[in-house]
Design a protein around this ligand. Structure first.
Ligand SMILES: Cc1ncc(COP(=O)(O)O)c(C=O)c1O
Length: 388
């Protein structure tokens, strides 16, 4: 059976060109970039080339890009780095209730260290209101962290507006752009951010590598101490093959983004329209328009999300409930709860995320299989019987 992968927001397969670019850096060009001999210098050159590619993609300067072990570390470095370096200015941080756990758990850690964190609510689509941000800023506020797009429901936040507010108030602004960079055009100047997190494995690069954009002049403490790598902002020998793969993935994304966005948007809208038509008691989660081009998130009443995922898997279709990180937990997704879904609807959610290799045929197969699975599960469902 040919499998259909519709979980690109959890991770993407590495592009064959990415693997090809990485391979020599495991064997021939294996030097430590800190070594001054030719092996080391060749590795260093490759890292700097990748840094330029990443900077170009987001309209930054190359010395504003710091490599990390992924999106989680980039978020940690942004939040802890700004918090610890600016403690003397204030201890207030603003974020939203629908951030990724990499941001939320870091905020909770900082609260235990004496920082005050405001978790802003979102509306029914998952949107943060920029006026809420403006109203809550005090003289003690040092950082705002609002994600560019939500990984579960795909809603795109008004980052440019929040950026303007942050700039006027002279407060640092971080955005988690793990789900957007490489998928839609991202320009750090237009967004008005000081810090921006990226992860390679969400854009057809390897796992275990990411980057934090740090605007020149941003006061930030390192969270990893040791060597002098990354201009003393992140110690540890660089993951050279990973960084090379990341750089190549970004180069490919830059070439392909303008073609990919309309294709994915078309497939996404076809999937949403037909699912809403073919299945009753179904709702779309997230914003209908301000939405990632590849994200479909639905709640289907009277069926468990997990049962749908397992039944779809038996038919060769791989999707997820909520986000991959929370899918092993019995708690309903914090994002779906924040947009106002009752626990039953939050548990009845399904996330289908499309990517580079999703075809019309894949969408057609989901439209054929999912309504059938829903009917079968509903026929056995105590949830449906109890509601009658
Ligand atoms: C919005 C968001 N932020 C951060 C992360 C963490 O990235 P990584 O897996 O590279 O640590 C993810 C991954 O799911 C994500 O979707």
């Amino acid at each position: 059976m040919q499998r259909i992968y519709l979980d690109y927001a959890a991770t993407t397969p590495a592009h064959p060109e990415v693997i090809k670019a990485m391979l020599p850096y495991f064997t021939d060009t294996f030097g430590n970039p800190s070594s001054i001999h030719s092996y080391g210098q060749e590795a260093k050159e490759a890292i700097e080339e990748a840094r330029v590619n990443i900077a170009n993609l987001i309209s930054a300067h190359d010395d504003e890009v710091v490599f990390t072990s992924g999106g989680t570390e980039a978020d940690n470095l942004a939040l802890k780095g700004v918090a610890f370096a600016n403690e003397s200015r204030g201890n207030h941080i603003i974020t939203s209730s629908i951030e990724h756990h990499a941001v939320l758990e870091t905020c909770q850690f900082l609260e235990r260290r004496g920082f005050n964190v405001t978790y802003l609510p979102v509306d029914g689509y998952g949107l943060v209101d920029p006026n809420d941000v403006k109203k809550i800023i005090t003289s003690k506020t040092i950082l705002i962290s609002i994600m560019q797009a939500n990984n579960e429901i795909g809603t795109m936040e008004p980052i440019t507006e929040i950026g303007r507010i942050a700039r006027e108030a002279e407060v640092y602004f971080h955005t988690d752009a793990v789900q957007t960079v490489g998928h839609i055009p991202v320009d750090v100047n237009e967004l008005g951010v000081n810090l921006l997190s990226i992860s390679a494995h969400k854009l057809y690069g390897p796992k275990g590598v990411g980057a934090l954009y740090i605007k020149k002049g941003t006061k930030l403490s390192p969270i990893m101490h040791g060597g002098e790598q990354e201009r003393r902002r992140r110690a540890s020998t660089e993951n050279v093959p990973g960084i090379v793969g990341f750089g190549r993935a970004v180069e490919l994304a830059q070439q392909e983004i303008s073609e990919e966005v309309p294709c994915l948007t078309h497939l996404r809208d076809r999937l949403i329209k037909n699912l809403l038509e073919r299945i009753d008691h179904i709702r779309l989660n997230g914003h209908p328009i301000a939405r990632l081009p590849n994200n479909v998130n639905i709640s289907i009443d009277f069926v468990e999300g997990e049962s749908m995922v397992l039944n779809l898997d038996l038919e060769g279709i791989c999707v997820s409930t909520g986000s991959a990180c929370s899918s092993s937990s019995l708690e309903p997704s914090h994002v779906l709860v924040a947009i106002g879904l009752p626990p039953e609807q939050a548990h009845a959610s399904l996330r289908l995320t499309l990517g580079k290799w999703t075809s019309d045929g894949d969408v057609e197969r989901v439209l054929e299989v999912l309504p059938r699975i829903v009917s079968r599960l509903r026929a056995m469902s105590p949830l449906l019987k109890n509601s009658r």
